[in-house]
Design a protein around this ligand. Structure first.
Ligand code: CP
Length: 316
């Protein structure tokens, strides 16, 4: 494996929009090295010994929160998990005061999930600690974009000539935005598919192809990434009903038969089974949904390591 000669020089990970292609590749190379740690009997390296990471999740999470915790533990960091409901945010403390208090308690890294776009940048501009974006509103979910790219690279080796479809709620999706930035920079062809209310033509200005019908593009895709319909971020008028959404854009068993045999079926989770993806299709051999989750640990180890001053992508 060859590594770029440039050195990682960032303390925060706020978005993939702000990263250059070589930086994304640098993280993916580091993740490949850390993936080998997860395959050992002793799944631990001393890279972050003595550092403290606080997982601060103001929105619910299963995959991201647990895999950041596992990643930090495998790097030998001390880890504290905090939720909004159990914090003094409930008593009216502001986000910045809470974060400054965490820093006063010697937090070296704060992993933040927040419902407001820009919340991570707001803290990064005001704190010494490293801020890692674990999803900020409808803005970005950079480590999800990285683990999706990592999963695709594991299967295809590179992004050249790959046609990658992202289906659904593009407008409100931080996952779609992070995927779009990463995949275009890495050289893939990105197709955004969904109703015109959720996939405006505006996205073409970023370099993606926009489609309002799923069936014609299905046989051409190398990867199809189904997004969750985010009931919490949407108003109902964006499409008439979930039944109609499934009829037009759901990956049903019948539609899955139109895919190439080696087309990867991806989903960031959590899945609405029977809405954006049929339950049997989600469980099928083409589905790499749980592989994506596993790759989240190596990718997050790489991000924590690099943002803590690690310079080389090698795991010890
Ligand atoms: N993909 C994702 O962000 O899942 P969680 O909300 O469970 O973290």
């Amino acid at each position: 494996m060859s590594f770029p000669t440039r050195e990682w020089n960032r303390r925060h990970l706020l978005s993939l929009d702000e990263l250059e292609a070589w930086e994304i590749e640098f993280i993916l190379n580091a993740a490949a090295a850390f993936k080998t740690v997860g395959e050992r009997d002793l799944k631990k390296v001393p890279s972050l010994r003595g550092r403290t990471l606080i997982n601060f999740f103001i929105e619910p999470s299963t995959r991201t929160r647990v895999s950041f915790e596992l990643a930090a533990l495998r790097l030998s960091a001390d880890v504290i998990n905090m939720s909004a409901t159990a914090s003094s945010l409930q008593k009216g403390e502001t986000l910045i005061d809470t974060a400054k208090n965490l820093q006063a308690l010697h937090a070296d890294i704060i992993v933040l999930r927040h419902s407001a776009a820009g919340a991570c940048k707001f803290l990064a501009d005001r704190l010494e600690a490293s801020i890692i974006n674990a999803g900020d509103g409808a803005h970005e979910h950079p480590t999800q974009g990285l683990l999706d790219a990592f999963t695709i690279r594991e299967h295809f080796g590179s992004f050249k000539n790959l046609k990658i479809g992202i289906v659904g709620d593009i407008l409100f999706s931080r996952v779609a935005r992070s995927n779009l930035h990463a995949l275009l920079k890495l050289g893939a062809e990105v197709h955004l598919i969904g109703p015109s209310t959720l996939v405006p033509k505006l996205f073409e200005q970023l370099g993606a192809y926009v489609h309002h019908h799923l069936d014609p593009i299905l046989p051409h895709l190398d990867v199809i990434n189904l997004l969750r319909i985010q009931h919490e971020r949407q108003r109902k008028e964006y499409f008439p009903s979930t039944g109609e959404y499934t009829a037009l854009f759901g990956l049903t068993k019948e539609r899955a038969r139109a895919l190439k045999p080696n087309c990867l079926i991806m989903h960031p989770g959590p899945i609405n089974r029977g809405v954006e993806i049929d339950s049997d299709v989600a469980n099928s051999s083409q589905s790499v949904i749980l592989e994506q989750v596993t790759h989240g640990i190596a990718v997050r180890m790489a991000v924590l390591y690099l943002c803590s001053g690690g310079k080389t992508p090698a795991a010890q």
